[in-house]
Design a protein around this ligand. Structure first.
Ligand code: BTN
Length: 331
């Protein structure tokens, strides 16, 4: 589909009115094109896998759409217009890398980078993030947060809340958060979050946070090395068009990050984080450059850190410094 072209606009219009008939005349008026152009556009959409019903005197109705991630489709599912753009790419090395490049070029805070597939998708601790085309959401949200680096855990945790809410609303599934950055379904990882900070050389504050979110949406299976750790929403019984889920995630991030409550340890956000956590109450191994230490995860601190009781006392660990592994399998 030609980017930004008539067919893409037609697809977005049909999606925004899915389930309803739209007359050829209403469509041609809304897009500012002739009836013949609408007819041609419908033909092109059908050849690209869209199912469009047409009925005499009623017009056209969308009956089924291919699962594409394009800006007009994502925007059709957003609650309203937003100031910063949603930029969709077919393929990128990594949306986080592209986000960092755009930030350095002076992007607007709130800019979203989305890719259908990544060739160098990155996870935490130098790991790869499995990023095949057509089945996942690879999204980076650019935020100029004006805060210090100690807010990293909160940024990532709040992004987790937005993702959990979006999954719940669109699929009815009930995800949990493995502190600080994995979204879990049926004991396996359905989404990972990796936040990159670009600091301001002058005073060391964060100039940009690039919040990278990778969701396994429609995978039917995973490579053998991921089989026992990874799951997709589809495998857990949740079916949702990627454009719709991406829009819900973006709307959730916009809502959380448009205020300053997230930075101030908003009690409601903290309560939600505790409620969704599948780490609290478990025995965990905290892994840092200094080594591994076993303890019990007690609470989420107001700064988003994990409060852990170790043999020699209770401390709060921050997501920038450590990773946490459960004692029994992945969780
Ligand atoms: C992890 O699970 O360790 C974090 C995974 C983060 C993956 C996302 S996909 C979008 C963004 N681009 C990347 O290269 N990584 C993040």
């Amino acid at each position: 589909m030609e980017k930004g072209g008539m067919t893409e606009k037609l697809a977005a219009l049909l999606l925004a009115h899915r389930g309803e008939y739209l007359s050829g005349e209403a469509i041609s008026r809304s897009l500012g094109v002739t009836r013949a152009a609408v007819w041609k556009g419908m033909d092109r959409l059908r050849s690209e896998g869209w199912q469009v019903d047409s009925a005499t005197n009623r017009g056209y109705r969308l009956a089924g759409a291919p699962d594409l991630l394009t800006a007009p489709l994502v925007e059709a599912f957003l609650p309203g217009p937003r100031e910063a753009p949603v930029l969709c790419y077919g393929e990128l090395d990594s949306t986080n890398l592209q986000g960092q490049r755009l930030a350095l070029e002076g992007a607007k805070s709130g800019t979203v980078v989305l890719a259908d597939r990544q060739t160098s998708g990155a996870g935490r601790m130098g790991r790869d993030f499995y990023s095949p085309g057509g089945v996942g959401i690879y999204l980076s949200y650019l935020l100029a947060p004006r805060c210090g680096g100690e807010r990293l855990s909160l940024l990532t945790s709040c992004a987790g809340l937005a993702v959990c809410g979006a999954i719940r609303r669109t699929t009815g599934l009930e995800p949990a958060i493995k502190w600080p950055n994995d979204i879990i379904l049926e004991g396996k990882k359905a989404c990972g979050i990796l936040t990159k900070l670009l600091s301001d050389g002058e005073d060391g504050s964060i100039a940009w946070a690039v919040i990278g979110i990778g969701v396994n949406v429609a995978h039917r299976s995973f490579p053998p090395q991921l089989e026992d750790k990874a799951i997709s929403l589809k495998m857990a019984g949740g079916e949702v068009p990627r454009a719709r889920l991406a829009a819900e995630i973006i709307a959730g991030l916009d809502e959380i990050f448009s205020g300053s409550g997230w930075q101030e340890g908003d009690p409601a956000l903290l309560e939600e984080l505790r409620w969704l956590s599948c780490t609290l109450g478990r025995r965990v191994t905290v892994i840092s450059p200094a080594g591994e230490e076993e303890g019990e995860a007690l609470d989420i601190a107001p700064d988003g850190g994990l409060v852990v009781r170790f043999g020699n006392g209770t401390r709060t660990v921050s997501s920038g410094e450590v990773s946490v592994r459960g004692l029994l399998g992945y969780l």
